[in-house]
Write a protein that binds this ligand. Structure first.
Ligand SMILES: Nc1ncnc2c1ncn2[C@@H]1O[C@H](COP(=O)(O)OP(=O)(O)OP(=O)(O)O)[C@@H](O)[C@H]1O
Ligand SMILES: [Mg+2]
Length: 417
């Protein structure tokens, strides 16, 4: 168990490749932290700096209150699982897991108060390996060689090899990315259980937002070496601080509309693609509390928050289906808005009759809508969330687009749902 603290940590490769900029984070004891972000954003570099495998260009890293900048990896009391976990092919599972323990020397103080470093006893090694194997469900395979195991079992051995070291901090860099999708889902669930059994601090790297959301107590979302947001899965999903986080977290990704936010006597409405939608509830209150003026906005709405409606609804946006991805229990309708925005609508199949489902095909015209409470508002220039960041007023109140007619070609008498 340990805390990990990174203060103004920076990594420059060579003369001027800045891989990580001014990284600040306090990880609590026994917390499960996930670094997530697209390829090249600096996740592995940050993890490797914590491990001591990469030198720190600026800043400090503390483990349990002790600055470890100049400590060798072996002296940092950390365990690490890499994406490419090479097991020794000629050793049994037991010996693969015991390998590091056989080399390890622990300090023992004798009766004269002198500290000696002694190897672990065979009994101690047996105890640690069998306990870890039990937790990981690989007790039956201890005498097998790695080639006699499935991918998932090998993955568990790699985790076991790190677990037996009983370290203060457990670092994992994309440990599931070599597995196929089904096995990855299974191992993800197992990691959640494992985490409860080994009471330690985890730092886990992935580029998969689902892994980040399901595993992390808190998620650190990174882009181009900069932290974009740190928060619980719920916080980053419900209140993304900028457009990047909004689109990165959630699948399928958040839809983006160009819209106008209109304020009148403290009440807000959004005009988007010819529809006029009140911003009611908490979102409206937050806009009011921040005094956000009428302005142009980037409007974000998640696919699962859009519903189909009738043409008579003043909040209806006429769209044309491009593709219907039938997933079984739900459909992902890829539609084109009157402004040419590509929108994804996620609808549960159970809500429709077979005849209605059959009518939701490419080329069909439908009307979509959403409530004010699911809306996210971003500044078109800074891309910050207008509910969490103040910004100087940029635009005068824009024209009320609500009075505009929907695109002419959609104005016909097609049957809608
Ligand atoms: N040894 C190195 N020398 C120079 N540049 C490097 C080195 N290692 C990494 N980089 C650069 O630093 C940046 C961050 O790399 P890093 O490996 O941390 O990314 P990542 O977020 O782990 O990406 P991925 O998801 O692809 O593993 C990248 O632009 C990368 O090209
Ligand atoms: Mg990486």
């Amino acid at each position: 168990m340990a805390t990990v603290k990174l203060t103004n940590v920076k990594k420059i490769y060579g003369k001027n490749t800045v891989a990580v900029h001014d990284f600040n984070l306090e990880i609590a004891d026994k917390e499960f932290i996930v670094f997530v972000g697209p390829s090249g954003c600096g996740k592995s570099t940050t993890l490797r700096m914590i491990a001591g495998l990469e030198e720190i260009s600026e800043g400090t890293i503390e483990i349990d209150g002790r600055i470890v900048n100049d400590l060798q990896p072996k002296d940092r009391d950390i365990a690490m699982v890499f994406q490419n976990y090479a097991l020794y092919p000629h050793l049994t599972v037991f010996e693969n897991m015991a390998f590091a323990l056989r080399l390890k020397k622990s300090p023992v103080t004798d009766e004269n108060g002198k500290t000696k470093y002694v190897k672990l006893s065979n009994d101690e090694i047996y105890k640690r390996v069998t306990e870890a194997a039990e937790i990981l469900g690989i007790s039956d395979y201890l005498l097998r060689r790695p080639r006699e195991l499935s991918g998932g079992q090998r993955q568990r051995v790699a985790i076991g090899r790190a677990m037996v070291r009983d370290s203060q901090v457990f670092l994992m860099d994309e440990p599931l990315s070599n597995l196929d999708a089904k096995l990855r889902n299974q191992m993800r669930a197992e990691l959640i259980l494992l985490r409860k059994k080994i009471d330690t601090t985890f730092v886990y790297v992935t580029h998969d937002q689902t892994e980040a959301m399901t595993l992390g107590d808190r998620i650190v979302i990174m882009k181009d070496g900069f932290i974009q947001q740190v928060g619980t899965p719920t916080e980053v999903f419900e209140m993304p601080e900028n457009l990047f986080v909004a689109e990165f977290i959630g699948a399928p990704k958040m839809n983006i509309f160009h819209a106008n936010l209109n304020e009148e006597n403290g009440s807000y409405r959004v005009s988007v693609c010819g529809a006029d939608i009140p911003v009611d509830g908490e979102k409206g209150e937050m806009l009011r509390a921040r005094g956000v003026p009428s302005r142009e906005v980037i409007l974000g709405v998640r696919p699962e928050h859009i519903t189909l409606t009738s043409r008579n609804n003043p909040a209806a946006i006429p769209c044309v289906i491009q593709v219907n991805e039938m997933m079984g229990s739900e459909m992902h309708l890829h539609v084109l808005s009157p402004e040419g925005e590509e929108i994804i609508v996620r609808v549960p199949t159970v809500q429709f009759t077979a005849q209605q489902v059959a009518s939701l095909v490419a080329g069909a015209k439908i009307f979509i809508t959403f409530r004010g409470k699911v809306m996210h508002f971003f500044s078109p220039s800074s891309e910050f969330n207008l509910l969490t960041h103040d910004e100087p007023e940029e635009n005068e109140a824009t024209e009320d687009a609500a009075s505009e007619e929907p695109a002419a070609e959609l104005e016909n008498k097609e049957e809608t749902l």
